[in-house]
Design a protein around this ligand. Structure first.
Ligand SMILES: Nc1ncnc2c1ncn2[C@@H]1O[C@H](COP(=O)(O)OP(=O)(O)O)[C@@H](O)[C@H]1O
Ligand SMILES: O=c1ccn([C@@H]2O[C@H](COP(=O)(O)OP(=O)(O)O)[C@@H](O)[C@H]2O)c(=O)[nH]1
Length: 236
């Protein structure tokens, strides 16, 4: 029995690069798909939000000097590409996935319609939410919080490059230590950058817990879905 009936899984775009410099690493995406497939077999309904940082980010290198909103729309389009790649990898693995976009791009993917998304989930299909929230100045972490709340997910699972929430950015401060649990209030007060404050605040207000764990660690998703202690739980 899974510990959760329905989850919202946030996959880092940047982590999908694996050891590549850009784009999507086939082995990394195939491994993530296999892990998602395994948890669906437990009877867990899975919705996915995927980032775009492996292709384009509104606030990084390639966007210097650009109008921020324009750069953010490019970032959202990057998430559409990742979503298509992910859904196709799922198809190859024998999983049925549906991509729904927050921005109209009807010839490519169907638009996000909440009742339709709920129907797909009830049918056991994996739903991949593309284009983030559909708005510039937001992130795919916030999209994960938003869609997670909308579909009544019991938890937002953030699969990223680090294996939890640390006292400081572990990429910059090697003396940082990992929390096994932390409250939303403390994570916000300490300005911990593992997720943006908008995402934290939305989940806190909706009483939707977040678990942060490593996308690089094989079997971590399964352990989380089985209710085992993995990564960091951010709670109300
Ligand atoms: N307190 C912290 N605990 C953990 N990670 C942190 C913290 N502060 C900053 N980070 C950084 O946040 C990154 C994850 O956030 P982000 O870049 O938005 O990832 P994603 O691509 O998954 O959206 C980690 O790779 C880590 O280096
Ligand atoms: O609701 C959203 C979600 C994403 N983005 C843009 O899309 C980029 C890629 O998303 P994100 O950085 O969250 O991806 P990840 O960190 O997971 O790779 C962001 O930098 C933003 O420019 C946006 O404008 N609105």
């Amino acid at each position: 029995m899974p510990a959760y009936r329905r989850i919202l899984l946030k996959l880092s775009g940047e982590a999908l690069m694996g050891d590549d410099a850009y784009g999507i690493n086939r082995a990394t995406i195939a491994r993530m798909v296999a892990e998602v497939h395994a948890v669906t077999k437990l009877g867990c309904e899975v919705a996915v939000v995927i980032g775009g940082g492996n292709i384009f980010r509104g606030v990084a290198g390639g966007s210097v000097g650009m109008d921020r909103a324009t750069a953010d729309y490019m970032g959202m389009l990057a998430t559409v590409m990742n979503s298509l790649a992910l859904a196709d990898a799922m198809r190859q693995d024998g999983l049925t996935a549906r991509v729904m976009s927050a921005i109209a791009i009807d010839q490519v993917v169907e638009p996000y319609v909440r009742p339709k998304a709920l129907q797909y989930l009830e049918e056991g299909k994996v739903v991949v939410f593309a284009a983030g929230t559909g708005n510039p100045f937001f992130t795919t972490d916030t999209a994960a919080a938003l869609r997670g709340a909308e579909i009544g997910a019991e938890v937002v699972l953030k699969a990223t490059k680090v294996d939890g929430v640390y006292t400081a950015d572990p990429a910059k401060d090697p003396s940082a230590t990992r929390y096994s649990t932390i409250s939303f209030d403390e994570a916000i007060a300490r300005n911990l950058q593992v997720m943006d404050a908008t995402a934290f605040a939305l989940c806190r207000d909706q009483k939707l817990p977040i678990r942060v764990f490593s996308i690089l660690k094989t079997g971590a998703l399964m352990r989380v879905v089985q209710g085992e202690d993995e990564g960091t739980l951010v709670h109300v």
